[in-house]
Design a protein around this ligand. Structure first.
Ligand code: COA
Length: 126
């Protein structure tokens, strides 16, 4: 059985959600969504990772889908991320593009900031 567990916490002033992808009680992947306290329209997607032996099974795809849901439910209208060439292959950047992220800007050390518009949700918390 697989499930995504959600933990709500705070990091500095951000409203943080930690997603933990669990397979047969074993955590195999995770991701973080932070809501910017100064701009609640914007969610930040961080630290996506899947254990090596469990890759290529759609785990990251499910974590990203859940992250967009969480951010929308919290009232965000966009989700941002940073892709760092030191941590991830170019194919990850291409995958984010396929999932709907567009490049917003490229900064120092090749770090790329990406942004995706989220569908607005009725009854979302602000
Ligand atoms: C990036 C990462 C999270 C992907 O996890 P995953 O569970 O294997 O990903 P999925 O199985 O959901 O596949 C996602 C997509 O990437 C593609 N993909 C997966 N591994 C790939 C590889 N090594 N090379 C090329 N494409 C790959 C899949 O085909 C899929 O594409 P699709 O949506 O068009 O079908 C995982 O490789 C990882 O933890 N990497 C190290 C940390 C990292 O780079 N995190 C990203 C930070 S920005």
């Amino acid at each position: 059985m697989t499930e995504i567990l959600k933990f709500n916490t705070k990091w500095n002033d951000s409203d943080r959600t930690i997603l933990l992808y669990v397979m047969e009680d074993k955590p195999i992947g995770s991701a973080i969504i932070d809501i910017n306290p100064r701009d609640k329209d914007e969610g930040m997607f961080w630290n996506l990772q899947v254990d090596k032996e469990f890759r290529h099974m759609g785990t990251a795809t499910r974590l990203l889908e859940e992250a967009t849901k969480v951010a929308s439910e919290k009232g965000c209208i966009m989700l941002c991320l940073e892709w760092n060439p030191k941590d991830s292959g170019g194919w990850v950047l291409d995958w984010y593009k396929r999932k709907g992220f567009a490049i917003q800007d490229s900064g120092r050390c090749g770090i790329v900031r990406m942004i995706m518009k989220l569908p607005s949700r009725k009854g979302a918390k602000k």
